[in-house]
Design a protein around this ligand. Structure first.
Ligand code: SF4
Ligand code: SF4
Length: 434
């Protein structure tokens, strides 16, 4: 999160170099997969890029343009994937993603943001505690009768809206894995949205209401560790919550937690899973899970376009994201082969769903997913795997729309198979087959 003073300084320092449209040159393996920005790929006009949005921010600040629906539609055509922010560090020290987030906040303040469909899900989060406008009392309907939960456990499995209502197979897989490892865990019958879909739209006031409701609830249960299988929820708890309110429990994504259980021998992956898989790094588990450290220094201008920061400004390059844990898990699954896409880890291309794009601009989300699916197909893998319910939905939509032969699994489902247990979707596929 950047403050107003830093925002005003930063928007003047964009070099207009357009490096933010591409993954760093040394990382480029082919022209086909050199691009970093889904928005510029789909809309192909400079204002949609990270740098282009900075020009809009500056023009707005200088009074050269006014808030409008046209401006809003450009600013919200962005998945907040953060790839522009990583790319920019190779020439400059700007935070295009932080600038875009603040620009959205300004559009909300001036009455133009968020997009109408996003406003609708914000209302659903406020009234029904979930972004899908589903009944709150149905939140734990995903829980199978044979899964054991312990009301006194100090570990909480925070399921999130998407796994609770749309990607139940992920919640079931995570719960069964914890049972298999003998880990006592609890879930909350009255769990509420983490606020991520609200925050990404720039509606900070509504986000803080949701955050307070969520933290009050979790803290009232004396929880010591929160396990999360959604990359968006994880990023919100880990990076965004502390900027608004502190909490005193440990937060882990399921890939971190399950990797620890595998390393300690508590989970034994013994059954062969003969798949060739490629792993999609969710933006919110990868580069965006690295916190931006506020910097309070001086920019000393040496000559036009050349300046230095005193003291040196820490660079958020995205390298501190969670990249090893999912890959360690995949490598431990017997019979499974991992092949990598060209854009991985902090340079991974977005699935296309984030920051309210899936609801407000579904065609943009789908086109981006299909680009990523093609990259996955080009590895020769027969299976695409990731670790986020939101990526799961959009990538599976992309697979279907493209007519791809790729299978899709969440990483927890592959762990389940290697434990000799059957994921829900395989049960569905074999149900009724003699
Ligand atoms: S945001 Fe960074 S990379 Fe993009 S045009 Fe500006 S200085 Fe260049
Ligand atoms: S956050 Fe992602 S989609 Fe948005 S401008 Fe940056 S690279 Fe493009």
């Amino acid at each position: 999160m950047i403050d107003e003073a830093e925002y005003k300084k930063m928007i003047k320092r964009c070099l207009r170099c357009s490096i933010c449209k591409w993954i760093p040159q040394v990382q480029i393996k082919s022209q086909k997969y050199a691009s970093a920005c889904p928005a510029i790929d789909v809309y192909n006009f400079h204002p949609y890029s990270g740098g282009g949005k900075i020009i809009l921010a500056l023009a707005l600040e200088m009074g050269r343009i006014q808030p409008s629906e046209e401006l809003r539609d450009i600013v919200y055509k962005c998945t907040e994937c953060g790839n522009c922010a990583v790319a920019c560090k190779f020439l400059n020290t700007l935070e295009p993603l932080e600038i875009i987030i603040r620009l959205r906040e300004k559009l909300v303040d001036s009455g133009y943001g968020p997009m109408p469909k996003q406003q609708a899900y914000i209302e659903a989060v406020k009234k029904k505690n979930n972004a899908y406008d589903e009944l709150h009392e149905k939140r734990t309907d995903w829980l199978p009768e044979d899964v054991k939960v312990d009301p006194n456990a100090k570990i909480l499995y925070y399921v999130g809206c998407t796994s609770s209502y749309r990607r139940k197979e992920m919640a079931i897989a995570a719960a069964r894995i914890m049972n298999a490892a003998g880990v006592p865990f609890n879930i909350l019958k009255d769990e509420v949205c983490c606020g991520s879909p609200v925050l990404r739209t720039g509606d900070v006031k509504s986000f803080e209401e949701v955050l307070n409701k969520n933290l009050d609830l979790i803290e009232s249960k004396g929880i010591e560790t929160v396990i999360i299988s959604c990359a968006g929820c994880y990023d919100t708890f880990k990076v965004d919550y502390p900027l608004h309110r502190d909490y005193n429990f440990r937060v882990l994504h399921t890939v971190e937690f399950f990797n620890e259980l595998i390393e300690s021998g508590q989970l034994k992956l013994t059954k062969k899973v003969p798949l060739t898989v490629t792993y999609h790094d969710p933006c919110h588990l990868g580069r965006n899970a690295e916190r931006y450290e506020e910097w309070d220094g001086d920019v000393v201008h040496l000559m036009p376009l050349v300046s230095i920061n005193i003291p040196e400004k820490p660079k958020r390059t995205g390298s501190e994201g969670i990249y090893d844990a999912p890959r360690n898990i995949l490598k431990k699954i017997p019979g499974l082969e991992l092949v990598e896409m060209e854009r991985i880890k902090e340079y991974a291309y977005c699935c296309g769903a984030g920051a309210g794009v899936k609801s407000a601009f579904p065609e943009f989300a789908l086109q981006t997913a299909k680009t990523r699916i093609e990259e996955a197909e080009d590895t020769g893998a027969n299976t695409l795997v990731s670790a986020c319910p939101f990526c799961s939905t959009n990538l599976q939509d992309g697979i279907k729309d493209k007519g791809s032969k790729l299978k899709y699994y969440d990483i927890s489902e592959l762990i389940l198979m290697s434990l000799g247990l059957e994921p829900e979707k395989l049960k569905e596929a074999t149900a009724g087959v003699a």
